[in-house]
Design a protein around this ligand. Structure first.
Ligand SMILES: *[C@@H]1O[C@H](CO)[C@@H](O)[C@H](O)[C@H]1NC(C)=O
Ligand SMILES: *[C@@H]1O[C@H](CO)[C@@H](O)[C@H](O)[C@H]1NC(C)=O
Ligand SMILES: *[C@@H]1O[C@H](CO)[C@@H](O)[C@H](O)[C@H]1NC(C)=O
Length: 271
């Protein structure tokens, strides 16, 4: 009897000590994981810099990834398209991911309308845009730039971005790129229809930063013309009155010779 009482109170004591230590370990674990999370995922804290329509430099600066608003400090991962490339891009130090979107089976009998990650001439991919966005948004804070080589991919892709944004998941700047004007040394018309492209962005995803470019071709020494004043004026005519932030992708090797024109173009806006 005495033993039983003694034993059971002893059992209770151990049970108490046991559960107390479980609670302690749990609490310690919570604190530790919180601290680690703070360390490894500093999070986007300045609300204004964490929106799809935010300035990329403000965003990267708010994450502490660049020390000042200087575009040359930004590192890029180019063509992060297939599952493999995307994985490599996500585990790299690159601050912004650039990837190409087209329509699965574009212009074949197998065209599905599903946006997939591939660069022409490829029209198939092991990665859909939906899978790409899910992975990139869930596992990184990297900025996003999507390049569209076909107008057909733009509508369904922006619809996807719209849904994710309404779910509160796109807390970072998104750039939408297409080459919408014919640029230097390009003999044929392969550009994406400018009015339709710009209209799709206005209707479906006006938050994006626009990245409208010129098609270009550069073969060293052979017709080495550069951008003309007419080309940049045409661009200004298309985007001058739009509400979005605009950034112009240019072929670096041709910029110096055309600098007066670009200087004029950049001088047309405070954006
Ligand atoms: C369309 O898909 C079928 C079945 O997968 C394939 O055999 C065929 O080669 C594809 N056609 C084209 C034009 O890609
Ligand atoms: C772009 O599309 C619009 C509307 O469909 C059309 O009127 C215009 O001619 C097209 N522009 C070019 C350069 O093909
Ligand atoms: C074309 O090449 C010539 C000779 O190398 C050079 O002097 C000229 O500046 C180039 N033009 C452009 C637009 O790059």
């Amino acid at each position: 009897m005495a033993c039983k009482k003694w034993c059971s109170s002893r059992q209770t004591k151990w049970a108490l000590v046991g559960s107390a230590s479980v609670v302690l370990v749990f609490a310690f674990g919570m604190v530790l994981s919180f601290v680690l999370q703070q360390r490894t995922r500093p999070g986007c804290e300045q609300e204004a810099a964490c929106r799809p329509d935010a300035d990329m430099l403000d965003y990267l600066q708010s994450l502490g990834q660049i020390s000042q608003r200087d575009g040359l400090l930004v590192t890029w991962y180019h063509a992060a398209n297939s599952q493999k490339e995307m994985g490599a891009a996500l585990s790299s130090n690159a601050m912004v991911l650039e990837a190409d979107v087209t329509v699965e089976g574009l212009n074949t009998v197998n065209e599905t309308g599903v946006p997939v990650m591939a660069h022409p001439p490829a029209v198939y991919s092991d990665n859909t845009l939906q899978q790409w966005l899910e992975a990139v948004l869930a596992s990184s804070q990297k900025g996003i730039k999507l390049d569209f080589k076909s107008l057909k991919a733009v509508g369904p892709s922006l619809a996807l971005l719209r849904r994710l944004t309404e779910d509160g998941r796109v807390r970072r700047p998104v750039w939408i790129n297409a080459d919408i004007l014919r640029g230097p040394n390009v003999p044929i018309s392969i550009e994406v229809n400018a009015t339709q492209f710009l209209a799709l962005v206005q209707e479906n995803y006006p938050e994006a930063t626009l990245s409208p470019g010129w098609t270009t071709l550069y073969v060293p020494l052979f017709p080495n013309r550069t951008y003309t004043r007419a080309m940049v004026e045409k661009m200004q005519g298309l985007v001058g009155a739009l509400p979005q932030k605009v950034t112009f992708p240019v072929r670096a090797v041709m910029v110096r010779a055309a600098w007066p024109h670009f200087s004029w173009l950049l001088g047309q806006s405070q954006r």
